[in-house]
Design a protein around this ligand. Structure first.
Ligand SMILES: [Zn+2]
Length: 113
């Protein structure tokens, strides 16, 4: 198991940076957190500036403590139109004609009886 140690301090953990100057031959340097900090700061600042310039689709995740503003859209309340009776079983409607017919049928039964 290999452990990367700082080139400067020979301490671990360290991270490997590949640096090239003016597009020259890249050098790999292992830097502990202390040594790497200035570089990381530079990178962070540059990225911040870039994302500022880009503006529009801000990733907004890694930058400082930008409060993630969760915009809640007020849930539009839909006036739930209660289906008046339509959904329910309609009460059976008996017409006068039907009643008369029943009466007559009953009367006939009686007569036949
Ligand atoms: Zn170091």
């Amino acid at each position: 198991m290999q452990i990367t140690v700082c080139d400067e301090h020979e301490t671990a953990p360290a991270r490997t940076f590949t640096i090239s100057v003016d597009g020259g031959e890249p050098d790999e340097v292992d830097l502990c957190e202390q040594c790497a900090r200035p570089l990381l700061d530079l990178i962070a600042k540059r990225r911040a500036r870039e994302s500022d310039a880009a503006a529009e689709p801000a990733p907004a995740s890694s930058q400082r403590s930008a409060p993630a503003r969760a915009r809640k859209k007020a849930a539009a309340k839909k006036a739930t139109a209660t289906k008046s009776a339509a959904g329910r079983r309609a009460p059976r409607v008996t017409t006068m004609a039907e009643i008369e017919a029943k009466k007559q049928a009953a009367a006939e039964k009686d007569e036949q009886g």
